[in-house]
Write a protein that binds this ligand. Structure first.
Ligand SMILES: O=C(O)[C@@H](COP(=O)(O)O)OP(=O)(O)O
Length: 258
């Protein structure tokens, strides 16, 4: 029987999602379409009668902005929002800022798929010569983390995302769920995928086939042991959701030659 409801949400479209660039730890804001996605998500959740008690976000603006817009659209602005780097998007290392379709043209679609979806594939690390290195590591937000700046990742596989996320999930999120609170996690494609892998017991191979579109809430109903009691539900118009999933998958295709 379903005892707890948990909502996972990949933020609304960000400016670099639109440009098809690996965004990762670069702090991009939502695009105009992304703002609308977050507001539509909030309206849908309100229509369906959901009420949140607490929201967890990463420390990247696109996930925080999404949480705010969702709560505003629901008329639940007062709900506490708790932030942690442990919900940040996967660190894409030296791939940060690069265009996926151009990478597919240069290295092949299979390689890009492996980088994006291989469970324990860590991309080449970012180093000081990278154009976004200083923007990331000189950002004041990374002085507030529970690990020193030197020990923050320089690249991560999905497995490494799960390794840094799980202690936070267990120590901070699970106690709220167990108190009977309805939790929204407003985070990122890969931090949500990592958590789904853990909660649903998805194999290392099968997680490659799980794609989350932006701005679509995922509802997980769980029993008292936090085991899902039914398949995850992506809420909203199912045809639009399938089209949005395909769009994310197609981001890794090489551009047709002209
Ligand atoms: O880092 C990014 O660019 C995307 C994920 O990229 P893919 O793994 O889908 O390539 O993360 P998000 O938009 O959820 O923050």
């Amino acid at each position: 029987m379903s005892k707890y409801k948990l909502f996972l949400l990949r933020h609304g479209e960000g400016n670099w999602n639109k440009e098809n660039r690996f965004c990762s730890w670069v702090d991009q804001k939502l695009s105009e379409a992304g703002v609308k996605e977050a507001q539509d998500c909030g309206r849908l959740l309100k229509e369906q009668g959901y009420k949140f008690d607490i929201v967890f976000t990463s420390i990247l603006s696109r996930s925080i902005q999404t949480a705010w817009l969702v709560l505003e659209a629901m008329g639940q602005e007062w709900v506490p929002v708790v932030k942690s780097w442990r919900l940040n998007e996967r660190h894409y290392g030296s791939l940060i800022g690069l265009n996926r379709a151009e990478m597919a043209q240069k290295h092949g679609e299979e390689k890009v798929k492996l980088w994006r979806r291989g469970y324990d594939i860590t991309p080449p690390p970012i180093d000081e010569s990278h154009p976004y290195f200083l923007e990331i590591y000189n950002d004041r937000r990374y002085t507030t983390c529970d690990v020193s700046k030197e020990n923050l990742p320089r690249a991560e596989s999905l497995k490494e995302v799960l390794d840094r996320l799980l202690p936070y999930w267990e120590s901070t999120v699970v106690p709220e769920i167990r108190k009977g609170r309805t939790v929204l996690i407003s985070a990122h494609g890969n931090s949500c995928r990592a958590l789904l892998k853990h909660l649903e017991g998805i194999s290392d191979e099968d997680i490659a086939g799980v794609t989350l579109p932006t701005g679509i809430p995922v509802l997980l109903e769980m029993d008292e042991n936090l085991k899902p009691v039914k398949p995850r539900q992506l809420l909203g118009d199912q045809a639009k959701i399938q089209a949005a999933i395909k769009k994310v998958e197609d981001q890794g295709k090489a551009l047709p030659s002209t």
